[in-house]
Design a binder for this molecule. Structure first.
Ligand code: ANZ
Ligand code: ZN
Length: 874
């Protein structure tokens, strides 16, 4: 018997090499078996794999290995989301070319990924910064342009005058650029946009079909798309107060029922009426300029104090021309939504209430909650947005909200002013078209040429790819493509005049919006996809990634696939049939007395009594144990996958990642638990060694019958097989691991009995060892290969089929029936499966509870509902 320890460091690279040599994870597009596409969100090549990657890829790998064993043609590819700002920052800070930096990182991370033992098809690998990839992205852009799905549009953007770049809303902090600190300007600039709003309704409706997506992700997308039904209302303006040329104000409301609670009108700082009013009012002009400086990000608007400026203009109530409402310019009204103008009803909208309380405009409640006396119902600091009946609303009084909405809509639709109705029903979406222009070097060039004569000219398909120049320099702020001495100077493909290339590149979210489709045939040089292949291999059956991508990446991808369908590049709408969002890896934090953080590797944690105490390994200085938080560089609470793998091996890291919490929850990194996983590996190895030795004595053929001991073991083995199979399919990996541990314990008990097993038991022991090996193979593939070899099996467990479950071993031996006396439950009874009625009857009548309930009365009848209930009638 071997007592040798399992040596992961020696075994793991050996098995990785064996898998590579046989290319068993390479999937073929002409494989006739049913396909299964597992994909984890591909990484950004930042330089190193972090522990979150290990979790993400392990989850996908378990599923991929399992489905492969179940006989599917599994597609499990990997690539690199390789464009983006960090490469340019590296170029600025370290004077390395973005391309060199990126590919060095890819090489380093690929080596790390290999060390985890993932069953990836590397033959399909690509990086999105490869011209061989982005060439097709440029082709897709041009096809979208021809189909009206891409457009050039003037847009308001945040401009950082120091960094000379456009900033995303998230990069504007208190009105200043996040890097430069310069006051951000709002500029109108030509931007390329994808027309995602053409699909607003469809993207919303189809969410209902995505039944293998988390509800929370679908809800987030629903809110992001933000459909609302409402009414457009044209308010007439009092001519005596209104700048020349203006006569009405159009607003959008979802609450036309509250019209009689109106106290003011508010318009956006960008609204034409605001601009007109400011022309003769310098104070107003200053207020508008100040408001714009604050930026337009939703969060800024939501959190900033509500501020307004009375323009002096008065609007007339649509149901009462003598009722005049002041028109304010307000910082909380966005130009990009609805009409950029609202009427304010403070009693029923918190924002409006905050506003009137500041400016002393008062409020009138118009919806009264059921059961509250309208005479005493007042609103002070908290708006009421619940249900109720209309009050203080003339002809609407007594109606429900819905009735009032309908009544107002009907009346205003019928009322004609000028030659248009005053009210018009409208559906609005929050979703905006996707602006993809970025003033950056390290991104996919937009294949457009600007000609002084022909205006915007698409680069002809035959000239693709438009390649990034390798010799860009980064010594000036702004876009290196724009600074390049020659790159942008071209001749117009239409007329031959001197022309300029578009120097904006695409948002990197474009790169990740179709990579999953490219993986199906990355070898096609002619087109982005190969139709019959992409339609056979897509959709992704199980996509796995972080919830931080629940909105943008997943929504953009859903749009992109629709646009690809419209332009003939794929035959379906939805890219991801199943979506899973994994939790984070978290760790406690350690801080020295001076507040600086130290890494877990630098401290020793001890448990003294009930308390835990942490000290610095080097000096023994006590450090405080802080809260458990997401691993981050700033808090230094990270663990390095390389260290873990070097110390314990990849299988231990994988096992730990799977074992501790459900995969959609956060997992707390714990050294003790990792050591527990390491002990389990050794234990399993010892058990398989013992079993292997016993197994050599087992008869080669399956015995005709099994004794009770062998049967019990076989039941445990097949029971575990059944539960683990179902658990993997539902991604309940932590539950699977609990079943494996339970079965391992049962198996260890049998082996511990020590006496020479009968031939049938020896056979069952060998079977159990093989099943155990299969069960751990998706999670700890290296150890499983080692066990497989030890058990004398041919080939590799990674290419072996999943064991057949013997269903009759899953059937329980006994059944439990509910016992009733005169229809009332009095207990239950357990009898052998297949027991006959007289036997059941005797067992029931022998129960104390039954005797007690009968109270000496004679039994008139016993009714037996097979497998379920016994009713004694007395
Ligand atoms: C009057 C009113 C009374 C409103 C009330 C709400 C409650 P959703 O559901 O998101 O579509 N609104 C309209 N356009 C706006 C803009 N450009 N900027 C800021 N707010 C705007 O929201 C629609 C509601 O948001 C509209 O209904 C409008 O205020 C406001 F008791 O009109 B409501
Ligand atoms: Zn031209």
């Amino acid at each position: 018997m071997t007592s040798e320890r399992y040596n992961a460091r020696e075994a793991e690279p050996r098995w990785q090499a064996a898998w590579d040599k046989k290319a068993i994870f390479v999937s073929k597009n002409d494989d006739p078996r049913p396909k299964y596409y597992v994909l984890e969100m591909f990484p950004y090549p930042s330089g190193r794999i972090h522990i979150g990657h290990v979790r993400n890829y392990t989850l996908g790998d378990v599923l991929a290995r399992y489905m492969r064993a179940r006989g599917f043609n599994v597609l499990h590819p990997m690539g690199w989301d390789a464009f983006g700002l960090p490469a340019e920052n590296a170029a600025i800070e370290r004077k390395v070319a973005p391309k060199a930096w990126t590919y060095d990182n890819i090489a380093a991370m690929k080596k790390q990924l290999r060390s985890i033992g993932l069953s990836l098809d590397w033959s399909r690998e690509f990086a999105t910064c490869d011209p061989a990839y982005y060439k097709h992205q440029q082709k897709l852009f041009l096809d979208f342009l021809r189909a009206g799905l891409a457009e050039r549009e003037k847009r308001k953007i945040n401009w950082d005058p120091v960094d000379m770049t456009v900033l995303a809303n998230e990069q504007v902090i208190d009105g200043r650029g996040w890097r430069s600190g310069a006051v951000v300007e709002q500029r109108e600039m030509n931007q390329w946009v994808f027309k995602i709003t053409k699909y607003s309704q469809e993207l919303l409706d189809a969410l209902d079909t995505l039944d293998r997506w988390p509800d929370k992700v679908r809800l987030m997308q629903r809110n992001w798309i933000g459909r609302s039904e409402g009414l457009l209302v044209r308010f007439a303006l009092d001519p005596a107060t209104t700048p020349a040329g203006e006569s009405e104000l159009k607003i959008f409301t979802t609450r036309p029922d509250t019209l009689f609670g109106a106290k003011f009108m508010a318009i956006s700082a960008d609204h034409p009426l605001a601009v007109a009013a400011a022309a003769k009012n310098p104070e107003l002009a200053e207020f508008i300029a100040e408001t714009k400086r604050h930026g337009t990000a939703q969060e800024i608007i939501d959190t900033a104090e509500k501020q307004g400026f009375d323009t002096g203009i008065r609007a007339l109530h649509p149901f009462d021309p003598t009722w005049k409402l002041p028109v304010y310019v307000a910082n909380f009204v966005l130009m990009e939504y609805g009409t950029g103008a609202i009427f304010g009803c403070p009693a029923h909208d918190q924002r409006d209430l905050d506003f009137v309380n500041k400016y002393g405009l008062g409020n009138t409640p118009v919806v009264c909650p059921e059961g509250v006396d309208p005479k005493t119902f007042v609103i002070t600091d908290t708006a009421y947005d619940g249900d109720g009946r209309m009050i203080n609303s003339r002809f609407l009084d007594g109606m429900t909200i819905d009735q009032a909405k309908e009544d107002v809509a009907k009346r205003l639709e019928k009322e004609i002013r000028g030659n248009a109705p005053v009210g018009e029903r409208q559906v609005n979406f929050r979703l905006r078209d996707w602006g993809i222009s970025r003033q950056r070097y390290w991104g996919c060039p937009i294949p457009i040429i600007h000609c002084p004569k022909c205006d915007v000219v698409p680069v002809p398909d035959k000239d693709l790819p438009v390649r990034l120049p390798d010799d860009a320099t980064f010594d000036k702020p702004g876009n290196a493509l724009d600074h390049h001495p020659t790159w942008k100077h071209v001749t117009c493909p239409k007329c031959g005049a001197k022309a300029l290339r578009e120097t904006d590149t695409m948002d990197t979210f474009v790169d990740s919006s179709w990579y999953f489709a490219r993986f199906t045939d990355p070898w096609n040089e002619q087109a982005p996809t190969t139709l019959d292949v992409v339609d056979r291999m897509m959709p992704v059956d199980q996509y796995i990634g972080g919830v931080e991508h629940a909105i943008l990446h997943l929504l953009y991808s859903r749009f992109f696939v629709r646009a690809m369908k419209a332009t003939g590049h794929i035959g379906m709408e939805e890219p991801f049939a199943g979506m899973f969002t994994q939790g984070m890896v978290v760790h406690e934090t350690y801080q020295k007395a001076d507040g600086s953080y130290v890494t877990p590797a630098e401290v020793k944690v001890e448990t003294v009594g009930d308390a835990r105490r942490a000290t610095l390994l080097t000096t023994g200085e006590e450090v405080s144990i802080g809260p458990i938080e997401k691993m981050s560089k700033s808090k230094k609470n990270t663990v390095d996958p390389d260290d873990i793998i070097a110390t314990y091996g990849a299988d231990v890291a994988r096992w730990f990642m799977l074992s501790d919490s459900p995969p959609d929850r956060d997992v707390i990194w714990s050294d003790e638990r990792v050591q527990g996983a390491a002990r389990f590996v050794q234990r399993l190895w010892r058990l398989i060694n013992e079993a292997a030795e016993i197994g050599t004595a087992a008869p080669p053929a399956r015995p005709a019958s099994f004794g009770p001991e062998a049967t019990a073991l076989r039941k445990a083995a097949h029971g575990a097989l059944d539960k683990v199979s179902g658990g993997i399919e539902r991604l309940h990996f932590n539950v699977c691991l609990a079943h494996i541990r339970e079965f391992t314990n049962a198996f260890a008990d049998v082996l511990a009995r020590g006496d020479k097993p009968s031939p049938d038991l020896a056979w069952a022991i060998r079977e159990a060892a093989l099943i155990l090996t299969h069960l751990v193979a998706p999670m700890m593939p290296h150890l499983a290969e080692e066990c497989w070899a030890l058990l004398g099996q041919p080939g590799l467990v990674s290419e072996a089929g999943w064991p057949q479950i013997e269903r009759d071993l899953l059937v329980e031996d006994s059944v439990t029936l509910v016992v009733q006396v005169n229809g009332k439950k009095r207990g239950d009874v357990t009898v052998p499966r297949g027991a006959q009625n007289p036997e059941i009857e005797a067992a029931v009548l022998a129960l104390d509870a039954v005797k007690l309930a009968l109270g000496g009365k004679a039994v008139r009848k016993v009714i037996i509902v097979p497998m379920r209930i016994v009713n004694v009638v007395g």
